[in-house]
Design a protein around this ligand. Structure first.
Ligand SMILES: [Zn+2]
Length: 238
């Protein structure tokens, strides 16, 4: 089970000052529920969450694996932004390289060595993945399974040192029967503020039901179980 922890996108979009009200309210309840069911997950945090929600991040990394989630939200220091600025495709290779090195720097400063990565919007960008691989990241989860065909598998195997764990299901498309299959990577966006229901982003009742069901049928793990370094810390830092 994997979670993208980022700004309240529904509320503020990518242009305005970020709000973190949604994750501050929702994530602690999810953590409690996971703890109650002995479930370990992987949380991909945006650099702005790492910088703005220290207590929440500390709480997450006490029990779960943490990784970096790089988004191209409006970033005034980079000029490639336009009306569709949430996409990394708006930036030049040089800008993207500087952006991802800065994000990795933020992550390292607060959380240690980067071992897990997921790109924003599940739009794998080859410039960024190359830097992520060169920086020693061991596991990437930037692809959706539907876009991870033979060609992409070949590309990842030839170009990068990390293992790819594509996302198989979003929470809103998840059925109990999916949880009985092995190795499914499930994506949850726990950000919609209370009182607003955007089922495609976050459906808390459905999530809690899935956690209950999964604790009965399978053994949800964090993505570091795909990295062959059993003696290292599961939290991804030394
Ligand atoms: Zn995201």
């Amino acid at each position: 089970m994997t979670f993208d922890i980022e700004r309240d996108y529904v509320k503020t979009g990518h242009f305005r000052r970020p709000s973190f009200e949604g994750i501050r309210s929702n994530v602690p309840r999810i953590l409690d529920k996971m703890h109650e069911n002995h479930i370990i997950g992987t949380f991909f945090l945006t650099p702005e969450v790492i910088a703005n929600c220290e207590d929440l991040v500390a709480e997450i990394k006490r029990r779960h694996a943490v990784g970096l989630h790089s988004h191209a939200y409006y970033q005034p220091e980079f000029k490639g932004w336009n009306a569709d600025g949430d996409s990394l495709a708006c930036y030049s290779p040089d800008q993207k390289t500087r952006m991802i090195l800065r994000d990795i720097g933020t992550y390292r400063h607060c959380l240690g060595k980067l071992r897990l990565f997921r790109i924003g919007r599940l739009e794998p960008d080859q410039t960024i993945l190359k830097v992520v691989s060169e920086e020693g990241c061991q596991c990437d989860s930037s692809y959706h399974a539907t876009n991870y065909g033979l060609l992409e598998r070949l590309r990842v195997a030839l170009k990068y040192d990390f293992k790819e764990k594509p996302v198989k299901y979003h929470l809103y498309g998840l059925e109990p029967s999916h949880l009985m299959r092995d190795q499914a990577v499930i994506l949850v966006h726990p950000l919609t503020p209370p009182g607003k229901s955007d089922k495609e982003v976050y459906d808390e009742n459905h999530l809690m039901r899935m956690i209950d069901i999964s604790s009965r049928y399978c053994d949800p793990k964090d993505l570091t179980s795909c990295i062959n370094t059993p003696q290292e810390s599961p939290n991804g830092y030394d």
